[in-house]
Design a protein around this ligand. Structure first.
Ligand SMILES: O=C(O)C1=C[C@@H](OP(=O)(O)O)[C@@H](O)[C@H](O)C1
Ligand SMILES: C=C(OP(=O)(O)O)C(=O)O
Length: 433
């Protein structure tokens, strides 16, 4: 295995066999973004252990440096961040492919008395920003962008904010977090009331950095607060573990153990979904270890209530559904059309390439389970989760050679994915032609 496989534009995977072994996955991407941003806003240094080394989080590190924040690699996987951010950035903030990066940073910039310009790659520049621009404007920030302020590049003139009570129309931890981060420097309290509760990293970490934050049912309130640097240990990313869970399930003799995972709210609901599908799966919260063994799966129905807890796992759960007995119906997932790709369309196209019958609906899809997949040529559409799902399918469920175009998208979140895939499955992996 050469590390070069991380950057190839096309990956060829030859399967199909069981995934077996134990591993640790990269540090959680959601927690990593927040750790870097809060460390940059805080007085006093923060040392972060286990930070995600994917490009998304690297862009967040580079962005905070634009404010004069000092980022130092202190070895043994630790990064030291010393702020605080005091003034506008010296240059454009480029968030690459990261929706979490740009949306949360827009909240940070809204609180700064000065001008910030935020942008990203061609995929990010297609994703809606009005969901954060609207509440930040009502707090007093001026935000403009392409398409009347709906798309990046975004131009934010911040400062002089007033706290609001806001109920986002979409269940989105990114919107909640952008508003709360802006609320740190607003006059008066800022409250976000969620329709469907989402991951709680921001409120958990704000408390760790000394902010005055309280949670009351589905509402989170932050009072204007100064943050104080504190050391942060980032746990393994459950969304990345989900790929190995499904990999273990796909072929007889599969058995995977993933260690050191984040166990908090809203990130491991895929475990319950796979259990409902008949999987032999156990997530031991005390040891933070996930164990999964090959199982015969049955179809499942997933509705709007389920989606916030599995929002990034839908593509790989759809792969599990593709080999399950029966018809899986996913609904209430319309916001997946606004991810790195239109994930309803790209998941459906990927599964069809593997020979699965999938019907797209406006807010979901209907998947008819099949007993075997055929090898496929798949386009990731610039979406790491589509690429990784297709690689798992090719390595564990489709005999022959699968080619994934747009493989380089995987470096945004899981640079060593191909190496882990080869180690766990014995699949052949090489640059695709
Ligand atoms: O807050 C976060 O870290 C994230 C929230 C989710 O997005 P939404 O807030 O758009 O649902 C998720 O899809 C994304 O990968 C990370
Ligand atoms: C949606 C995702 O991330 P982001 O919104 O940060 O680009 C993801 O990682 O699946």
């Amino acid at each position: 295995m050469t590390p070069d496989l991380d950057a190839v534009s096309s990956l060829q995977v030859t399967g199909a066999g069981p995934a077996r072994g134990s591993l640790q996955v990269p540090g959680d991407k959601s927690i990593s973004h927040r750790a870097v941003m809060m460390a940059a806003m805080a007085y006093g240094p923060t040392v972060i252990t286990g930070l995600s080394r994917g490009q998304d989080v690297t862009h967040t590190l580079r962005a905070v440096e634009r404010f004069g924040v000092i980022v130092t690699d202190v070895g043994e996987g630790r990064v030291r961040v010393e702020g605080p951010i005091r003034h506008e950035p010296a240059d454009v903030l480029d968030h690459g492919n990261a929706g979490t990066g740009i949306r949360l940073m827009a909240g940070v910039c809204a609180g700064i008395d000065g001008l910030s310009v935020l942008t990203g790659d061609r995929f990010l520049r297609r994703r809606p920003m009005d969901r954060i621009a609207e509440p930040l404007r009502s707090m007093g920030a001026t935000i403009d962008g392409r398409e009347r302020g709906r798309l990046a590049p975004l131009v934010v003139r911040g400062g002089g904010l007033t706290g609001i009570t806001y109920a986002p129309k979409v269940a989105s931890a990114q919107v909640k977090s952008a508003v709360l981060l802006a609320g740190l420097s607003a006059q008066g309290p800022t409250t976000v009331e969620e329709i469907h509760p989402t991951r709680r990293h921001t409120e958990e970490m704000l408390a760790g950095f000394g902010a005055r934050v309280r949670v009351d049912g589905h509402a989170v309130t932050v009072e204007p607060s100064e943050l104080t640097g504190t050391d942060v240990a980032v746990s393994g990313d459950p969304s990345q573990a989900a790929f190995w869970a499904v990999a273990a399930l796909l072929a007889d003799q599969g058995e995977v153990v993933v260690q050191d995972l984040y166990t908090g709210y809203g990130r491991s609901d895929f475990v319950g979904v796979l259990e409902r599908m008949g999987a032999d799966i156990d997530f031991d919260l005390a040891t933070r270890t996930l164990t999964v063994r090959a199982s015969k799966l049955r179809a499942v129905e997933l509705t709007a209530e389920d989606i916030p807890g599995i929002v990034d796992e839908v593509p790989v759960l759809a792969l599990a559904a593709a080999v399950a007995e029966g018809t899986t119906v996913i609904s209430g997932a319309g916001d997946l059309r606004a991810k790195e790709s239109d994930r309803i369309a790209s998941t459906a196209a990927m599964l069809r390439a593997f020979g699965v019958q999938v019907t797209e609906t406006e807010d979901g899809m209907v998947i008819e389970g099949v007993s075997r997949l055929r090898p496929a040529r798949v386009d990731s559409h610039g979406d790491h989760r589509i690429a990784m799902t297709a690689a798992v399918a090719g390595a564990c469920a489709a005999e022959g050679t699968t080619v994934i175009d747009g493989w380089d998208s995987v470096a945004t979140s899981y640079p060593a994915f191909a190496a882990d895939l080869v180690r766990l499955t014995g699949a052949g992996a090489e640059p695709g032609a």
